[in-house]
Every structure is written in C-alpha cells, then in structure tokens.
Write a protein that binds this ligand. Structure first.
Ligand code: CMC
Length: 419
C-alpha cells in the first residue's frame, strides 16, 4: 500500500499523502494542494471528494452492499428493531438489554412537546407541504427546550421522541383529526402508528404486520453515509450550529425530488403512467430522451452501480405486505413491470441504473395508509439517527468548518456608473 502519491503539476513534482479506509478505499489528501501548488480541484457535485473520515455506515456501490457500523443491512433488518438500530448508529455498538431499556425509557420520558407548538401549527395553512412544516417545527423546537442545560446525549433522545410527534400532528391536522398523544406503554413504532392513526386519543387496533413493516422501513432509511441531507447536517455541525437547526436543514435537503422527495415523485410517476394508458415503453423512452427533463424516478444512484440492497429488501417487504393485507395494488404490479423493462434496456444497463430505495418505499407507505405528501416525512423519521450520528461525529472529530472554494466566472472588477 503506497502512503504517498506524486503529482506533476506544471512541470513540478509534488508529494501528497494517501488516506486509506477500512476496505482499502483510498484518497489523495489534497488539503495542502492549493497552498503548495497554487492550484485547486474542481469537482461539481463532489463526485470524487471524500469530505470526512467516518465510521457510521459503509456502501460498496459496485457490490451493492450496505453496512451500519459494520453490520450488513440484511442482518440488521432481520435481527434488530429500529430503536436498537438507532442506538447502534448513534453509539457505535448494539445495546445490551439494560442499555436498550434505558434508551427506550428515556425516549418515552421526552415524548411530549410544548403547548405553544400546537398553537404555532394551528396557524400554518393546510396547503403547506408537510416537509416544509416539519423542517420549520423542528427548528422552532429549539426555542422551547433548554438545551444549554441539556447534555448532548439527551438532545438526541429528545429528537427521537419529538420528531414522530411533530409528524403525526402535521398529518392529523391535514386530515382534520385532533392530536393523539404518545402512549408510554407502547414501543417506538407502535406508538408512531398510534399517534398517526388512532381516531381519538384512545385506543388503536394494531396490526403487527404493519408495525413490523414500518419498523423495517425506518431501519432501511437509518443512515446512508455522505448523502445530500447528511452532508447538509454535517456542514451545519461544522459551523457549530445547534443540533435541532442542523436537523431542520437536513429535512429541507431531504425534501428535494432527486433525494428523499423521490418517494413521492415515484408514486406520482406511476399514477401518471396508469392515467396515460399504462404504456411503459413510452415512459422509458421519455426517460432516455436527453431533450426531455423527465427521469425515471426511483432509478439510479450516485454510489450504487449495482442493485441498491435497500431496494431489494423494500421490494420483498412491499410484496409481503400487499399479500398479507390482501390488497389488490395495480401500482405494485406496474412498478415490477417497469423495473423489469428498464433493467432490460441497454440505456439503463450501460449507465448501471438500478431501482433505489425510493422505488418501492412509496408503495409500502401507501398500503399502510400514509398519504403521498407525507412519504418524505416518514423518510426523515428513519434518517434521524443517521443525521444525528454524523452531527455527533463531526463534533468528536473536531472537523474544521466546511468551506469549499469556487471558480469565479462573473464580472471582472468594475465601477458603478449611474445611468
Ligand atoms: N432516469 C434516466 N436517466 C438517468 C436517471 C434516471 N433516473 N438517473 C441517471 N440517469 C442518467 C443521466 O441522465 C446521466 O446520463 P448521461 O451520462 O448520458 O448524461 C447518467 O445517467 C448519470 O446520471 P447523473 O445524474 O450524472 O448521476 P448522479 O449520480 O449525479 O445522480 C441521481 C444520481 C439519484 C440524482 C439520479 O440517478 C436521479 O436523478 N435519479 C432519479 C431520482 C431518484 O430516484 N432519486 C433517489 C435517490 S436514492 C434515495 C436517496 O438517497 O435520496
């Protein structure tokens, strides 16, 4: 393994250290590049830039593998709950029984929000998108919790407890239901479903298949290394912004249609395909047409050049749920058909475009009864432990403030001349 590389720049010979990861992925450390050579790198979209050393999750995009703290996603899905996974992601190791109990009990202790939040939400117009409202309310929470006196560890638990409450309130306001409060006797995901769907604050008839499915979907979303929203959270963390405002920014980033917002866009696309007569070939041609901005939503990924392992699991979960609930879902059949046709098409084969997590997650949410504009909110609830672990990591690593450079292509220096 070489520990340095040599670069020839304008006839001069420079030496740069090489940084290695656990699986021997390697990067040239160019932190001294501009200082030593007068030149910098240009990497729009940060496609080739490692911005951090991280030990939270690992993706092998060529093999289609995902690890959380070293554990393969396929094992976590079958052996852990979302709350155990959250502990693992935040703390680095799986909890023992006592640690898990303490973690869960503490979350339950913080299962409430200030009455002012209800009043603020009441004033938010119903036509605002739930993601905007979630981002805003997460930010507003900062004002109502005395974090100066709280330990960091407690702030993580506050958010794990409070974000589902905010999500449920946003949903219930939209559908005209009064708030349903947290039940301390329920586990995390059962409580989430109760807060969403109970008709009054009282009873809620749980369906274990739905609870298990939602728990698994939250796990699939829990972390995904340096994606757009996580990088957003890390950037805010690097400026020493607070946890809640950093997460609020992460929610806004996730909302984007090319990122988490794709789950809503996928279902809308599938519905449009049905409405327009179900001609899959026509839509695939549309996605391939470079003059048309349309893309096959739920397809492609910056890192995966093979199957997204999360999409494989989500597809199985979707099929199982639809079967168990005895739902006839033409959208699931259409999605499977579309996937099959796209994967046979040379355009998608050559560009290594496979279904990603968002291709099937919307179908699952819909079967559970969650409306389309709430899909990305559910993604946020799942991604929360990952965002927080990255925010924590940037503090522990004492990473410098994130501050990229640019290639300025605007006007040269000029003088104001009033006309
Ligand atoms: N449909 C048609 N063509 C596509 C698609 C698609 N879904 N995705 C990529 N391409 C083409 C793209 O046009 C480009 O072609 P060319 O080389 O001829 O210009 C090539 O594939 C490479 O695409 P790119 O945009 O340079 O790749 P990227 O790594 O910058 O973008 C992506 C990744 C996920 C933004 C992109 O694949 C995409 O827009 N997919 C649809 C939106 C989507 O499903 N997003 C969810 C991502 S997974 C969940 C998450 O983590 O947020």
């Amino acid at each position: 393994m070489c520990s340095v590389v040599f670069l020839d720049i304008n006839g001069c010979h420079y030496k740069f250290p090489v940084v290695y990861g656990t699986f021997y992925e390697k990067a040239i450390n160019i932190s001294q590049l501009r200082e030593n050579t007068g030149i910098m790198t240009f990497d729009p979209g940060l496609k080739n830039t490692g911005i951090a050393k991280s030990s939270i999750s690992f993706i092998d995009g060529e093999k289609g593998e995902l690890l959380y703290r070293g554990y393969p996603i396929e094992q976590i899905i079958n052996k852990c709950s979302f709350i155990e996974t959250s502990y693992l992601i935040l703390n680095g190791e799986l909890p023992n029984t006592a640690q898990l109990k303490c973690f869960s009990e503490k979350i339950k202790k913080f299962n409430h929000i200030n009455k002012e939040i209800y009043q603020i939400l009441d004033k938010v117009p119903d036509n605002y998108h739930p993601m905007g409202v979630l981002s805003f309310l997460t930010y507003v929470l900062t004002s109502f919790t005395n974090f100066i006196q709280e330990k960091d560890e407690d702030m993580y638990l506050h958010l794990l407890a409070k974000l589902p409450i905010l999500a449920s309130l946003i949903y219930r306001k939209k559908v005209g239901l009064p708030p349903s409060y947290a039940d301390k006797n329920m586990d995390y995901t059962s409580n989430l479903l109760k807060m969403f769907f109970s008709k009054s604050n009282k009873s809620y008839q749980h369906n274990p298949i739905i609870t298990d499915t939602l728990d698994k979907l939250l796990i699939l979303h829990a972390d995904h290394e340096q994606n757009c929203s996580t990088t957003t959270v890390r950037l805010l963390g690097s400026a020493h912004s607070g946890l809640f405002s950093s997460i609020s920014a992460g929610i806004s980033a996730l909302w984007g249609k090319l990122h988490g917002g794709a789950n809503q866009a996928v279902i809308e696309m599938l519905e449009n395909i049905v409405i327009s007569g179900g001609n899959i070939k026509k839509w695939i041609e549309k996605a391939k047409n470079k003059k048309d901005p349309f893309r096959l939503m739920g397809f492609g990924h910056r890192i995966y050049k093979n199957f997204d392992p999360r999409a494989k699991i989500a597809k199985k979960i979707a099929e199982n749920l639809i079967q168990e609930l005895r739902i006839v879902d033409p959208i699931l059949e259409l999605a499977k058909n579309l996937e099959e046709k796209a994967l046979q098409d040379p355009y998608f084969v050559e560009k290594k475009l496979y279904p990603n997590i968002d291709f099937y997650s919307g179908i699952i949410y819909q079967a559970i009864g969650i409306p389309k504009d709430m899909f990305t909110v559910m993604f946020s609830l799942g991604r929360l432990p990952g965002w927080m672990a990255h925010w924590k990591e940037i503090k522990l690593n004492r990473d410098p403030i994130g501050r990229p450079r640019q290639i300025y292509i605007g006007y040269k220096k000029r003088n104001i001349i009033h006309k």
